[in-house]
Design a protein around this ligand. Structure first.
Ligand code: G6P
Length: 367
């Protein structure tokens, strides 16, 4: 089949803009918006009988899984072990037959993730996977498939597949919470409603495009960048750094904001931009104190927050990006949009091959 860029310069740009629509399709597969409930028969898996989730994935899909861990643990009180598949496959971790093996993959073909899947199968675990390609090997070899309906993703740097993976994982955490009795009917209605709002907020996030382009002009001048976040914004910081290095070749690192003082603070000087992902959530004040530590050393802060966060922080930043206030559960999905645009426009300013960055492949089918 042929996918076209339409009137966009790059597939990545097109795929960033498709997100409200594909997220909406993906969510509708799991949630019944009119009833405000999860759909019946979404999965053959009885989460009430699962004692832990053993998850693994590679690259961006791994970061989606890391965010999913926060949701499963918080909403469904279900512990999640997650590792990059290249480590998982050789780690010989003790696995119980009551654990659910969960794999996240856009292509469904990544060699290390597939090897982890086969390893878990050998150990007698139930196999489930969040995949974008329905006909893929991982989909075929899984007991339960949780599809993302992102459509074909062409840009090597994953964008819409990532936010669709997150949408599936958040929905599944609600499904698991319901089955395990850790959330009430009322919680379910509220969470389903909150998730149903993602496409609307993602559309609003896309309106930040001009500002993200302007910030990227500055970012394209630097050699290094640091991304910080707490809670679900921490794995998003890792993903932000990955996206930037993949396509702009600027060295970037993501860190849990609380780890700043255990290393990266040594790097902070006037030439170091620090992208802080900080919605006004339960971690906000803590992240602000980390920002103060950065500001005191002359670091240049690019703060991505919401209206309440912007009002609450009096710190001087180089740029402040303001999203609308939104429910906590959806922030990593919506905040992914400006994070992607930042990497995209920085790469455009650098003049790199955005859709086909050097040395990278869309699907890594060899070890
Ligand atoms: C490659 C791609 C990434 C992707 C990763 C995992 O590194 O460049 O964008 O996140 O593989 O791929 P998968 O298909 O398993 O999600």
């Amino acid at each position: 089949f042929l996918v076209s860029k339409g009137n966009r310069r790059h597939f990545m740009e097109k795929e960033i803009h498709e997100q409200p629509e594909v997220i909406s399709h993906t969510l509708a597969n799991y949630l019944d918006f009119s009833k405000g409930t999860i759909r019946a028969n979404v999965t053959p898996i009885d989460f009430a009988k699962v004692d832990r989730i053993a998850a693994s994935a590679c690259g961006t899909a791994y970061y989606a899984g890391l965010i999913g861990k926060y949701w499963f643990e918080q909403i469904a009180r279900l512990p999640v072990d997650i590792d990059v598949a290249s480590e998982f496959r050789y780690r010989e971790m003790p696995l119980s037959k009551d654990s659910l093996a969960l794999f996240v993959s856009q292509s469904g073909e990544t060699a290390d993730t597939l090897a982890s899947l086969r390893y878990c199968k050998q150990q007698g675990l139930t196999i489930s996977s969040v995949v974008n390609v329905r006909e893929s090997t991982m989909a075929r070899e899984s007991d339960a498939i949780f599809p993302t309906l992102a459509g074909p993703e062409v840009g090597v740097a994953s964008t819409k597949a990532f936010t669709c993976q997150l949408s599936v994982l958040a929905s599944l955490a609600v499904v698991a919470g319901k089955m395990r009795g850790t959330i009430s009917d009322e919680d379910e209605r509220r969470l389903v409603h909150e998730l149903s709002e993602i496409p609307r907020y993602a559309t609003q996030a896309l309106k930040l495009e001009q500002q993200m382009e302007a910030i990227s002009r500055d970012l394209s001048q630097v050699k290094h960048a640091l991304y910080l976040g707490r809670g679900t914004s921490f794995p998003l910081a890792l993903e932000g750094a990955l996206k930037l290095k993949e396509i702009s070749y600027i060295h970037a690192e993501g860190y849990a904001a609380g780890e700043l003082k255990h290393g990266p603070i040594a790097l902070i000087d006037e030439s170091m931009p620090v992208i802080v992902i900080a919605p006004y959530d339960r971690w906000f004040e803590k992240t602000v104190s980390n920002m103060q530590e950065v500001a005191a050393r002359g670091g240049k802060i690019i703060l991505i927050t919401d209206e309440r966060g912007a009002a609450a922080s009096t710190l001087k930043t180089m740029h402040t990006v303001i999203l609308p206030d939104m429910p906590e559960i959806i922030t990593p999905i919506v905040y992914a949009v400006p994070i992607q645009m930042l990497a995209y426009y920085t790469a455009v300013f650098m003049g790199t091959d955005v859709d086909q960055p050097r040395n990278l492949a869309k699907s890594v089918t060899v070890e």
